[in-house]
Write a protein that binds this ligand. Structure first.
Ligand code: CP
Length: 304
């Protein structure tokens, strides 16, 4: 069901393709429970991680995923590279590719860069986050975690709370959740709700209190100050009062609600530190599942 050369965005995927990745991730998760967490599936293949923006979870988990499948991995970050001498993005990619790599995992601050690389790359291209546009493997690991914890995605109310306007995680999740039959509801200050939400026919709410009782899943987002040209809310205190999640608020939620966050978390802003101890906080499960999902993506693109 998944026959593509590249994984660029969720928007262009069919529901069956998303389901094929999630099913493969389930098999990969089993590999991660073995004493020897390694299979020879991608022996002889090389994965290049090209990160032009900072990352902890995505870069590390792509590296672990490739190594669990016995691929070789090379990590490139723009800091310390010949980009500082004026080398272009295209020349950088062509030179890495000339060393004969099979997959390029790319993160870049500009929207569309993975699609651009795919126009000239012989290797498979995987989008690890392009500006405010898409973060497909994050949405896949998020839906995989929902499926694992709730047994289904279809029909669930998923509140996506916070800085929607700057969030590639929100965009990819909205596509994935809608394709899988869930009901995403975006929650945030009007300054952080982008105009495209209306076109996507996604429900909106003006505070977390409006959605907390009906939500099956609460997906909190990081305030992305680095992408804001000017402040979009009066103060952190005001933001937390309307859009922050804390243990007291969670008392009003369904007993089996799960709390998610893609990371990194601004503790004390979108999440109060007392949420760390909430039993259905699945933030670290998301990180674990990131390895299984990225193994599945590498396998489907390079080895299937
Ligand atoms: N969720 C996520 O993309 O985290 P990193 O920026 O650390 O990769």
């Amino acid at each position: 069901m998944f026959k593509r050369k590249h994984l660029l965005g969720i928007r262009e995927l069919e529901r069956e393709e998303i389901e094929a990745i999630l099913e493969s991730a389930s098999s990969m998760k089993e590999v991660l429970t073995r004493e020897i967490k390694k299979v020879p599936t991608l022996r002889g293949k090389t994965v290049a991680n090209l990160f032009f923006e900072p990352s902890t979870r995505t870069r590390t988990s792509f590296e672990i995923a490739a190594k669990r499948l016995s691929a070789d991995v090379v990590n490139f970050s723009s800091a310390g590279s010949s980009i500082s001498k004026g080398e272009t993005l295209k020349d950088t990619v062509l030179n890495i590719e000339a060393m004969v790599v099979d997959a390029i995992v790319v993160r870049h601050k500009s929207e569309g860069v993975p699609w651009y690389i795919a126009t000239f790359s012989k290797a498979s291209v995987i989008n690890a986050g392009d500006g405010k546009n898409e973060h497909p493997t994050q949405a896949l690991l998020d839906t995989f975690t929902i499926l694992e914890k709730k047994g289904r995605v279809e029909g669930l109310n998923v509140a996506i709370v916070g800085d929607i306007a700057h969030s590639r995680v929100a965009r990819s999740n909205i596509w994935a959740l809608k394709k899988l039959g869930a009901n995403p509801i975006v929650v945030g200050p009007p300054t952080m709700i982008p105009p495209y939400i209306d076109a996507l026919e996604v429900e909106q709410a003006g505070s977390i209190d409006e959605v907390i009782e009906d939500a099956n899943v609460i997906m909190m987002l990081r305030i992305q100050k680095e992408r804001m040209k000017s402040p979009l809310f009066p103060s952190i205190r005001e933001y937390s009062r309307l859009f922050g999640l804390n243990a007291k608020r969670l008392e009003r939620a369904k007993p089996d609600v799960i709390v998610m966050h893609p990371g990194p978390v601004n503790w004390g802003v979108e999440l109060s530190p007392d949420v760390m101890d909430f039993p259905n906080n699945v933030i670290l499960n998301q990180v674990t599942n990131g390895v299984a999902v990225r193994m599945a993506v590498l396998y489907l693109l390079l080895g299937a």
